[in-house]
Design a protein around this ligand. Structure first.
Ligand code: ADP
Ligand code: MG
Length: 661
């Protein structure tokens, strides 16, 4: 007898699940994408134990008809395409019809769903891919999926799951990405009965950024907007002060999907060059659009990696978009403003142990609803929102306002349309139908006060011109510690690091020189005789013409020796053999094939001999310096990305002296 058998469907599904469903986050991704495809504008995701024991995804989308519910769990069951031609121009997130079958085969799953037209909804229970029961049920329009005990019947896969908190982190990442990609949808994420994220769904990306990253970040981002040749980029780039030591706060969305592409990140980083300190990576959320035929998303099963047919063009749009966002804005940093310090998320993490304790304490007191009646404990827990861990905390005017919102929740609860079903509070929480309250309470109606937070006058988007005009018109107050220049304009005090400023001016001038043919050298009274190794000598001779463009006139002077007769006019005296060797050495180390000169050399040259700290300056020298600084493309940072100018308002100063609070 032959050895080949056709696998039974259950086994086939479990194997397929291994490809699509790796962990709770994959379940959340598939379910939430289905909710988006169903046209939902409110999606709630709740998990317990990192999603391993419990995942609930509820939406207010179009729901499923009774006939379709069981069918949805068959492999290759989809309502989104009919034939291969439909793939073109497809806008839905999913289309393979594999996710539900896969998830159901490795968990205990429950779905409750109803369409607008249907009189009753359907509730279906499954276990390991087998249908346990199908019932009619009363429920609002939309769909709720509950997935329990993921991988309970596939121990090999279960073993690969990480700690609950790690899995919960993956789930949070997925939800944040979906929320950023769909600002018109209100996402709510509840983890172990604690609200973790709630986006308003007001179609404003900045509000989503605010919900996820907090006020300090939302205030420190600059809008990006650029279009060219069928490609466009919008979204936000973070000001330098919120740059981080790693790339975790970078997201790119292409036509609504989260993607990863190295060339795009490299373009953003290129646009941020000399604005950021070394080893610092910018914060960004970039929304790209591109013609569907210009890229391929199927190179990776998770659909993250994307290949573009015209990569250079996409990158150029990204580069210019980010660059103009940065150059168009004033990047003067505020003296001691948040954003340079802790972040919202870190804050959340640091506070989380306290917030858990606090909410337990609150939960002990019997909660009253607006009518003064005690609420069932099962529900109460969910709504014991800890103000401190709630992302919207700062958006509420005050505590009172926040209470209002909680009341709003309760009001929604009384309005649950269960049409005579006798659910107890407990079972409502159990089946997750608490979400029905969303019908009565929409965050969109909730007053969220961004005025004071994001859109205030002192946001990250003071224009470049405004700042420079102020700076040019500012009055010189003096010099502190022979190092910092103090200037005053209106109610703003500008503090300029004279060395950093000078370095920036020299850098930009050097760059300009490379593109002109003017002579910028100054003869030396005593030429430098520099002994070199054979390799150094060859390199110096090879680069002779570039050296001369920069202002170095030199020629061979015997065996492996050169004579330097003049140096760039930016060095007023004090340029010696060690300085020349430094430059040559660095140039050799950073030289790349085909490049005229490396940026590194320009950085080094502009730093060398730049006006030092600890040097007293006359008023004329100060105004000369500030005038030149204002001519620079980027007057805000030195070539190493350190700030050149910071500012402090009179108000900040008065606060320090407690004249005002
Ligand atoms: P796909 O999304 O690729 O079509 P899935 O296995 O994820 O495949 O879902 C199968 C089908 O079940 C979908 O095509 C859709 O018709 C239906 N479905 C799944 N989730 C929902 C939901 N939240 N609301 C309405 N219909 C849904
Ligand atoms: Mg799907």
């Amino acid at each position: 007898m032959g050895k080949i058998v056709i696998l039974d469907e259950k086994t086939a599904n479990q194997i397929a699940a291994g490809e699509v469903i790796e962990r709770p986050a994959s379940v959340v991704k598939e379910m939430a994408e289905n909710a988006i495809d169903a046209g939902a504008d409110q999606i709630t995701i709740e998990i317990r134990n990192g999603g391993i024991s419990y995942i609930r995804v509820s939406d207010n989308g179009h729901g499923m008809e009774a006939d379709d519910v069981e069918l949805a769990f068959e492999r290759h069951a989809t309502s989104k395409i009919r034939r291969i031609e439909d793939l073109e121009g497809l806008s839905s997130m999913g289309f393979r019809g594999e996710a539900l079958a896969s998830i159901a085969s490795v968990s205990k799953l429950e779905v409750i769903t109803k369409t607008e037209e249907a009189h009753t909804g359907t509730s279906l229970l499954m276990e390991g891919g087998r249908v346990v029961s199908v019932k009619q049920t009363g429920c609002p329009k939309g769909t709720t999926f509950i997935v329990r005990d993921l991988f309970y019947n596939t121990p090999a896969r279960y073993k690969f799951l990480k700690k609950d908190s790690t899995e919960a982190g993956y789930v949070a990442d997925i939800i944040e990405r979906l929320a950023l990609a769909h600002p018109h949808i209100s996402f709510k994420f509840i983890q172990n009965n604690q609200p973790r994220l709630h986006t308003p769904g007001n179609n404003d990306l900045l509000s989503v950024i605010y919900s996820i990253y907090g006020k300090d970040i939302a205030r420190a981002v600059l809008p990006v907007n650029y279009k060219s040749g069928g490609y466009s980029v919008s979204g936000f780039i973070g000001r330098p002060e919120i740059a981080r030591g790693n790339r975790t706060w970078q997201s790119v969305f292409l036509n609504g999907r989260y993607i990863k592409n190295r060339a795009i990140s490299a373009s953003v980083e290129e646009a941020c060059k000399t604005i950021l300190m070394q080893k610092k990576f910018p914060f960004y959320v970039l929304i790209l659009t591109a013609p569907p035929e210009s890229f391929d998303v199927n190179v990776h099963p998770q659909k993250l990696e994307v290949r573009f047919s015209e990569e250079n063009q996409v990158c150029s749009v990204v580069y210019h978009g980010v660059k103009s966002a940065l150059t168009g804005a004033s990047l003067i940093r505020d003296f001691e403003k948040p954003g340079t310090t802790g972040t919202h998320r870190q804050e959340k993490e640091e506070n989380s142990s306290t917030s858990v304790k606090e909410s337990i304490a609150i939960a002990k007191e019997p909660a009253k609803d607006s009518a003064g009646e005690e609420r069932p404990a099962g529900i109460m827990q969910e709504y014991n929102v800890d103000v401190r861990s709630f992302p919207y905390k700062a958006a509420f005017n005050d505590k009172e306002n926040h209470n209002e919102n909680v009341k709003g929740d309760n009001a929604g609860l009384t309005g649950i349309g269960f049409r005579g079903q006798s659910y107890t509070g407990q079972s409502i929480t159990e089946t997750g139908l608490t979400d029905a309250r969303l019908k009565g309470e929409s965050l969109k109606d909730t007053q969220i006060n961004f005025d004071d937070t994001v859109a205030g006058s002192d946001t990250g988007v003071t224009s470049r011109d405004t700042s420079l005009t102020q700076l040019k018109a500012a009055q010189i107050v003096g010099q502190a510690f022979d190092t910092y220049i103090l200037m005053q304009y209106g109610e703003t005090l500008f503090i300029i690091d004279q060395h950093a400023a000078h370095e920036r001016i020299r850098y930009e001038n050097l760059k300009k020189r490379l593109s002109t043919s003017e002579n910028y050298s100054q003869g030396m009274l005593e030429p430098l005789i520099v002994k070199l190794s054979a390799r150094e000598f060859d390199f110096a001779m090879e680069k002779q013409s570039t050296f001369s463009k920069l202002g170095f006139e030199m020629e061979a002077f015997g065996h492996n020796t050169i004579i330097v007769r003049s140096v760039p006019d930016l060095y007023d005296g004090g340029f010696g053999v060690p300085d020349f060797l430094d430059i040559l050495d660095r140039w050799m180390k950073t030289n790349t094939e085909g490049a005229v000169i490396s940026d590194e050399i320009l950085y080094l040259m502009s730093c060398k001999g730049a006006l030092k700290a600890n040097k007293a300056l006359s008023k004329e020298e100060i105004s000369g310096l500030v005038e030149s600084l204002c001519e620079m493309e980027n007057p805000w940072t030195c070539v190493h990305g350190r700030p050149v100018i910071i500012k402090m308002s009179q108000k900040d100063l008065e606060k320090k002296f407690k004249r005002i609070v």
